[in-house]
Design a protein around this ligand. Sequence first.
Ligand code: SF4
Length: 353
Amino acid sequence: MKALSDFMDADEIRGLSSFVPNTREEYIKFSQLSYNLKLNTEVPMTVHIEPTNKCNQTCVMCVHPDMQRTVGFVEDDIAYKAIDECAEFGVYAVHFFFFGEPFMNRKTIDYIAYAKRKNIPVVSVTTNLTTIKRSEIERMVTDGLNSVHISFEGLNREKYAAIRGTDSFDKVIRNLDYLRECKAKHGRDNPWISMTYVRTSETDEEIETFKNLWKDRVNNFHISPQFDYIGRAKIRETQGDVNSEGIMKRSDADRLPCRQLWQRLVVLSNGELVPCSQNIDGELSVGNIRDMTIAEAWQGDKMAQLRGEHLTNRIPKDCVCSDCIDWDWSGKVDSRKKLGRSSIENILKDADD
Ligand code: SF4
């Protein structure tokens, strides 16, 4: 069987830490590689910037009502400092979203435009498309936004309202169609449109019908599992099928290091820097962007300690990761195959060939 040292020497492995991807393919491969090799990269592959933690909807699967942080908007100095650093350090993807509806902040479209002017390769946003103005939709296209992820569940107006808490089904469709019109008017392929759909008891049985309904309007679907958010998403307790292939079934003993610790950093609207999307109140804060750079936080002692605890599976009981069951998160849980004994043997066999 071949070992990694048959392909790369130690200097080459160390050199990978400063690799800056230039294409989407490189970004995807390098994101996976940095996790597999547990590389100490100089910066995260992806940075989330939270324009606001305010939201206008009350989705049944969301833990937003449980959030303890003060609700507000990111200040300009935090947003622009974060964007400038991402551009300077070579962060590949900046995503304007964390916990809240980004277009409740009227400056979000300006942050997106600025990030594109700073030549950040991929700039994206997740939105429910209910509070956005038509002028902002057109600017998504003209300012160069790369991708938009539309949060949407429900086959009709009634189901949509029951799941997401507002009667906005028709408005979202109008806005989505206007976005497509703007793309055609300006002759642009961007933004790439993805529809994000969270599996819940309410939505599970209609996924294929849902896809058929919207497939001509979007580029892709992202069917997401429902997360537990460290015990805060009570809906999971009542679900017979917890809607994932293994996400809750691993024992603590064979727990793997959480991939988020090698891939992303989030800038909360209050400037706190957190390494994952499950600690919605910033429980795992590794500092505040007012006092340090994104690179300093990413390479700092707190991140190193967290990664070490995960690598050795010695996570202290008082760390939120200890109670987290979302660590087995890949973003593509639905299509992931279980890695049984025969699959492992095939992988080893391939390595021998
Ligand atoms: S284990 Fe859970 S709380 Fe800890 S970093 Fe991973 S997703 Fe976040």
